[in-house]
Design a protein around this ligand. Structure first.
Ligand code: SAH
Ligand code: SF4
Length: 353
């Protein structure tokens, strides 16, 4: 008899979970064979696992599923970006975005359905939080999109960023479990250097992330240059003050090859002045980091404007004197796939079936 709840999906289980699932009567190498089939071979169906004895295979097929998400809709942008609306088991949907580039491919995945953090410039915020994703649902987005597009997770081309819907550090256990699964050389085999998690600044969970042995790289959405401004744009700042956030960044245990990434969404006439840029320079002094500037991606119900391109360049030039600073190209704006534009309803868009 299998030990866990009937119907449970297998993607998302680590080796220890699979051992428990198979129970003490099965030899321990069976769990490894199952793990190998799920994550290294990435079988689409449990009946394909020919290494397992037939009786066990039948039992697995009867009681369980691999558990990858299904596609509800796919939107293709003129710039090559693909936005997927993926359906989970409870029929809720999340967004996953593939951004192919010449030298690399990036999959931007969600960590929650919606988001409880109320940032004033972000469309996902308008949904509120529906629920956390399981580790299997986080990993499943990568496996699904990689398979659909013939991408190899083991190569050096593929990057995963947890910058879709949700605040990953409010779902840290599942995010860490998903990272272990993605990064396991005996399984999916991505390098943990190619996985990044982005946070709005959940300070205590940043410390917890820093303590994990296997963990993604950390990006912090700064988005403001003063406490007051950040409170207006990101009300979470009332709970986790800017000074505490910066102290947590200073104390963060970077690995030798790692640096922090700060993201800064530029809102025209709000946080994009030269004085803001100089204050950001002061905030980041002595940190091993880089900055990604993102000109606001507009959306319905977002009460801000995109700054003029010259303003973005001027802001970048001030930062650049002290810290590596890049401007993130907007990707897939025409299909609402760009940062902060992820919200499931997009009835004005054409789906590609
Ligand atoms: N919740 C996490 C990760 C998802 S948001 C976080 O906030 O970091 C990913 C990035 O998109 C964040 O840096 C966020 O500041 C940015 N973002 C949100 N809304 C945006 C918008 N309308 N235009 C541009 N970037 C936006
Ligand atoms: Fe949530 Fe990030 Fe959007 Fe803020 S920017 S509401 S934390 S998804």
């Amino acid at each position: 008899m299998l030990q866990v709840v009937k119907g449970q999906n297998l993607v998302g289980m680590e080796l220890t979970d699979l051992r428990q699932l198979l129970g003490p009567k099965q030899p321990t190498y069976r769990a490894r064979q199952l793990y190998d089939a799920l994550y290294r071979k990435q079988v689409a169906d449990l009946s394909e696992i020919s290494t397992l004895p037939q009786a066990l295979r039948i039992q697995l097929v009867t009681d369980h599923a691999v558990g990858l998400p299904e596609v509800e809709r796919r939107f293709d942008s003129s710039d090559g970006t693909r936005r997927y609306l993926l359906r989970l088991e409870d029929n809720r949907t999340v967004e996953t975005v593939l951004m192919p580039e010449e030298a690399r491919d990036t999959i931007c995945i969600s960590s929650q359905v919606g988001c409880p953090v109320d940032c004033k410039f972000c469309l996902t915020a308008l949904m509120g939080l529906e629920r956390n994703l399981t580790a299997g649902e986080i990993v499943g987005q990568v496996l699904y999109v990689a398979r659909e597009n013939g991408l190899k997770p083991t190569g050096s081309r593929l990057n995963v960023v947890m910058m879709g819907m949700g605040e990953p550090l409010l779902n840290l256990d599942n995010v860490l479990k998903a990272t272990r699964l993605l990064g396991d050389p005996d399984g999916i085999g991505m390098s943990q250097r190619r996985i990044t998690v982005s946070t709005s600044g959940i300070v205590p969970h940043m410390m917890e992330l820093g303590r994990a042995d296997i963990r993604p790289k950390l990006a912090i959405s700064l988005n403001a240059s003063t406490e007051e401004q950040r409170r207006e744009l990101m009300p979470i700042t009332r709970k986790y003050h800017l000074a505490d956030l910066m102290a947590a960044c200073k104390a963060y245990p970077l690995r030798s090859w790692e640096r922090l990434t700060f993201e800064y969404v530029l809102l025209g006439g709000v946080n994009d002045t030269d004085a803001d840029a100089r204050r950001v320079v002061r905030l980041l002094a002595h940190l091993k980091c880089k900055v990604n500037l993102i000109a606001l991606n507009p959306g319905p119900g977002i009460p801000f404007e995109t700054p003029e391109p010259e303003r973005v360049i001027a802001f970048q030039n001030i930062l650049r004197r002290s810290v590596p600073c890049f401007v993130r190209k907007p990707r897939g704006r025409d299909i609402f796939a760009a940062c902060g534009q992820l919200k499931r309803v997009a009835s004005d868009l054409v789906a590609i079936d």
